[in-house]
Design a protein around this ligand. Structure first.
Ligand code: FSX
Ligand code: SF4
Ligand code: F3S
Length: 387
């Protein structure tokens, strides 16, 4: 019954969206798929996987397909702040475009600095025009950390010499929904790493409005597209964790979804890159994997057209979807040992979730509990204190 009510509610929302004008009458999802040689069957199986990812039953597949079709109804403004553009690249630069990246072509991107042809005064005018035209109705996606306060001039943009902070503030003010795409926009990222010379901050620090964080450096295309489709389907915020990340994507630890987890539990570790353990696909904890402290769904979605992800490729997770990971997770190729975080022992177990407990608390405690009997070389400061 609950599912049926939800189905009706979402259908109604999509019916209303359908009444809004199309971006381009000539464009449609069936047409785009046909042009790219993607069959209807592939599209439906993709929609089923998106439904599952958003924790919806398979019977919602037609709604996901319809939401995709209607993804051109909501204008999107995408701003670049201080960053490497890897987040856009994650979605765009594939040699055989996936359905996720096709959607990026199809949606109504009113303004995107990487994609648009215009530059200089014209680009600036386009941004002002888009904000004015779609006031209160557009989705704002922001990539990058934001130099702010006394050092906001480090990101000075365009002929009017606005700072990135000014542009982002105005764009936030009139947006219907705001997504911080990538760890830089979500948490400050590499710019905000110590000593943070430009005073970079996260998007949520410069606006009072709700910001949905989609971190990762970069985030997977699935998490970006899934966040957008969730919004199209529901028209409201998804369930969020303590760091405002959608729980459907960031609700579980890398460690709990990891294909090498059996080796961790069995005490089988890579001791050195290239050793026998590496060849056998053993656990990467001792060569620095931060999967036990990181919440993301990388092993499910993967990168590069869903072919691989860091741990599958043989390197540990560096914790790229966690706040301040550049400072807190390093050195990246060494285990946490007793040098990371001022750990507070809160009774956190392997099943602790991000909304209950932050990474600082989880840190050494979780690994200590799970592995304390098997990792003899990794020191657990809590145990040492207790004994
Ligand atoms: Fe940051 Fe996105 Fe890392 Fe780069 O722009 S999340 S530096 S992958 O690209 O913002
Ligand atoms: Fe996987 Fe890393 Fe956990 Fe090992 S420590 S099981 S490699 S997430
Ligand atoms: Fe980032 Fe770790 Fe995934 S480094 S890409 S969160 S495996």
């Amino acid at each position: 019954m609950k599912d049926l009510d939800l189905f009706k509610r979402l259908s109604k929302r999509l019916d209303n969206l359908e009444k809004l004008p199309k971006l381009d009458e000539q464009k449609s999802i069936p047409k785009v798929l046909q042009e790219k040689g993607i069959s209807r069957r592939e599209f439906i199986s993709w929609a089923t996987s998106i439904a599952a990812m958003l924790s919806l039953p398979a019977s919602f597949t037609p709604l996901v397909a319809k939401a995709t079709e209607l993804s051109d109804r909501l204008p999107i403004i995408w701003l670049h702040m201080a960053e490497c553009t890897g987040c856009s690249e994650s979605l765009l630069r594939t040699d055989a475009p996936s359905i996720d990246s096709l959607i990026f072509d199809y949606i109504s991107l009113e303004y995107h600095e990487t994609l648009m042809a215009s530059a200089g005064w014209q680009a600036e005018a386009n941004l002002e025009h888009a904000i004015e035209k779609y006031k209160g109705n557009y989705i704002l996606m922001v990539e990058g950390g934001i130099p702010s306060g006394q050092t906001d001039f480090y990101l000075t943009i365009g002929g009017h010499a606005n700072t990135g902070e000014q542009n982002a503030k105005v764009a936030c003010e009139h947006a219907k929904a705001i997504f911080a795409i990538g760890s830089c926009s979500s948490f400050g990222g590499v710019q905000a790493a110590i000593p943070n010379p430009t005073g970079a901050v996260s998007l949520s620090k410069i606006t009072n409005k709700s910001v949905i964080n989609v971190p990762g450096c970069p985030p997977s295309e699935k998490n970006i597209v899934g966040t957008l489709l969730h919004y199209i389907l529901y028209g409201s915020l998804p369930a969020l964790d303590a760091y405002n990340r959608p729980k459907w994507a960031y609700g579980q630890r890398i460690h709990d979804l990891c294909e090498r987890r059996g080796h961790f539990d069995a005490g089988e570790f890579v001791e050195k890159f290239g050793d026998e353990g590496s060849k056998k696909g053993y656990c990467l904890y001792k060569v620095g994997c931060k999967g036990p402290y990181t919440f993301n769904n990388c092993s499910k979605n993967k990168f590069n057209q869903h072919t691989s992800w860091p741990i599958q490729a043989g390197h540990g997770c560096i914790g790229c979807s966690e706040p301040d990971f550049w400072d807190k997770m390093g050195p990246f190729e060494e285990p946490v040992g007793d040098k990371l975080y001022n750990t507070v022992f809160g009774g956190a177990g392997a099943d602790a979730t991000a909304d209950k407990i932050g990474v600082g608390i989880l840190a050494t405690a979780a690994v200590g509990i799970t592995a304390h009997a098997i990792i003899s070389k990794v020191k657990n400061p809590i145990e040492d204190e207790e004994h």
